[in-house]
Design a binder for this molecule. Structure first.
Ligand code: CTP
Ligand code: MG
Length: 337
């Protein structure tokens, strides 16, 4: 049945959904004051850190810096220490102690997590924040996402709506086997790279490299002068409504889960066999495969298990059916699960 639905044409009146979907997008954009508060918190954290470790700096990453942040998101902060061989746990414990003394609330050092972090809440701005150490790849992939977002406004529009849908439907919980926000944004970029004509280029495939860093022995190189690409998608006039429908239609009926990996790095789908992602290795089952653009051995879908893949695919299908058939799909689409 899924195979036959693949050929369903988009409903004729799809563009009437443009106005309500854009209204949802606008309502999710954080107000200017929120950015100011985030900067205020970053400055006070940086003072405290530099005081203790003069050669350390703080960088923002994640949704507060990649331009895919909705209102009231947590702040993701990375402490970058020049010395790569530092004892992260030791620094985190010491920093947690200093933060507590400086009256930050709910300070917790999670030193045994896969990515060790400190969690805290700032009583002044009310913002919650995670601090990790030397996670420079995350800072770099944050910049890549931000650069893509500059090229065509339909990317942030689509990604905000998809993230909002995922949070409403409970499928944005990596600890329960569903996907991270980062994974959803990569799925949106891949989708827009494959429209006909394409709405986004592939920044890592261009011959000209304008940004180059080697991070944890991984070469991160791409074309980052995106102001020159602002008209890239102008031959495609699809509305955000058609794209939202197309996104869910793709993940419900068109994606070849059994055989392919999506890769924004190469602007293509790669075979699972080529990446040796065909079988379960340890906990990684590779049931939906999303290649990290820099850490190419990292499958963002590795958190998905045999139960959550079913949940995810049913949710993609539910969204596609609602968008295809409901007279007023918006409310139903984002209905809390
Ligand atoms: N990240 C990563 N690898 C992952 C998950 C996350 O490198 N497997 C990094 C990315 O830099 C990402 C950041 O961690 O931007 C934060 O991830 P996530 O919380 O999924 O995304 P946010 O954009 O912060 O989304 P939200 O608004 O839901 O917090
Ligand atoms: Mg975040």
């Amino acid at each position: 049945e899924r195979i036959s639905r693949r050929h369903i044409k988009c409903r004729g009146d799809i563009d009437m959904l443009k106005v309500p979907l854009l209204a949802i997008y606008e309502s999710l954009i954080p107000p200017k004051e929120e950015k100011e508060k985030q900067m205020q918190l970053l400055t006070s954290l940086e003072k405290l850190v530099v005081n203790e470790w003069p050669c350390a700096r703080l960088c923002l990453f994640g949704s507060c810096a990649n331009s895919f942040g909705v209102s009231n998101s947590d702040l993701d902060v990375c402490l970058v220490h020049r010395d790569a061989d530092i004892d992260k746990a030791e620094i985190l414990l010491k920093l947690a102690d200093r933060l507590q003394s400086a009256n930050f609330q709910n300070v917790q050092a999670l030193t045994h997590a896969r990515v060790p972090i400190i969690k805290l809440k700032d009583p002044v701005t009310g913002i919650s924040c995670d601090i990790c150490i030397n996670n420079v790849l995350a800072v770099v992939n944050t910049k890549l996402l931000r650069d893509y977002a500059q090229i065509d406004v339909r990317l942030p529009q689509l990604a905000f709506i998809v993230k909002h849908w995922a949070k409403s439907r409970g499928v944005n919980e990596t600890y329960q086997g569903t996907l991270s926000s980062y994974a959803y944004v990569l799925m949106c970029i891949h989708f827009l790279q494959h429209r006909d004509p394409p709405i986004l280029p592939c920044l890592q495939e261009t011959k000209i490299v304008t940004y180059h860093e080697i991070v944890d022995n991984i070469e991160c190189a791409y074309f980052d002068q995106v102001e020159n690409l602002k008209s890239f998608g102008s031959n495609n006039n699809e509305s955000v409504a058609r794209l939202v429908w197309g996104f869910f239609h793709y993940w419900a009926y068109c994606h070849d889960y059994a055989n392919t990996v999506i890769s924004i790095r190469t602007k293509s789908t790669i075979s699972k066999r080529a990446k040796d992602w065909t079988r379960r290795i340890g906990k990684d089952r590779h049931l939906i495969c999303i290649e990290d653009p820099f850490e190419t051995s990292h499958d963002l879908g590795r958190v998905v298990d045999k139960y959550s893949i079913k949940v995810l695919r049913e949710e993609f299908e539910r969204a596609a059916i609602i968008l295809q058939t409901y007279p007023n799909p918006c409310e139903k689409l984002f209905e809390p699960f």
